[in-house]
Design a protein around this ligand. Structure first.
Ligand SMILES: Cc1cc2nc3c(=O)[nH]c(=O)nc-3n(C[C@H](O)[C@H](O)[C@H](O)COP(=O)(O)O)c2cc1C
Length: 159
């Protein structure tokens, strides 16, 4: 397997998922990728299945892609090597910037879904959207993605 990583169970190494900002990757119907910084995320269980709940504001291009593009996303916890990507993913919009290119990110093809994960991360998750709902708390929308594949880098596995 590429990128010095291994398949893991969805809940393994969850402490790294909880405390770090994620890079959320989405895709339009033509296969063009976007990446956004995501802090508001939670791992939970729905009907016995592991899901990641992502809270995305209506104004984000990511919201448009999640609702009008491909019905999937990946969640990627960056290693220090690509940490600069968080600033880029969180301060430009995919409407007018190719953030993958700008941040120099490399994609790893999905094992279970169309959307790739990102190279040089400590954790990656491939998720298929199973539900979405309006948040009454804020101007954000909840997207629930069932985790179909999860990976951890050898750097955290061997620690
Ligand atoms: C550290 C950090 C965390 C963020 N977390 C979230 C989040 O959880 N939900 C959200 O909607 N926006 C969040 N943002 C803002 C988006 O990443 C930002 O608006 C981004 O430019 C949206 O890109 P897009 O228009 O390509 O979707 C965060 C930004 C930063 C810098």
């Amino acid at each position: 397997m590429s990128d010095n990583r291994k398949n893991i169970g969805p809940y393994d190494y969850i402490e790294h998922f909880r405390i770090n900002t994620a890079l959320m990757v989405t895709m339009d119907k033509d296969g063009k990728l976007n990446v956004m910084a995501l802090d508001w995320k939670k791992m939970e269980e729905r009907e016995g299945k592991p899901v990641i709940r992502a809270q995305v504001a209506y104004t984000r291009y990511t919201y448009t892609l999640l609702t009008e593009g491909i019905n999937e996303f990946t969640i990627n916890i960056p290693s220090d090597k690509i940490y600069h990507a968080v600033d880029i993913a969180g301060s430009y919009s995919g409407r007018n910037t190719d953030k993958f290119q700008k941040a120099g990110l490399e994609a790893i093809p999905g094992q279970k879904i169309k959307i790739p994960t990102i190279k040089d991360c400590i954790l990656n998750y491939e998720c298929k959207i199973v539900k979405d709902s309006k948040s009454n708390m804020s101007s954000h929308h909840y997207f629930y993605g069932e985790i179909l594949a999860a990976y951890a880098s050898n750097d955290i596995i061997n620690k």
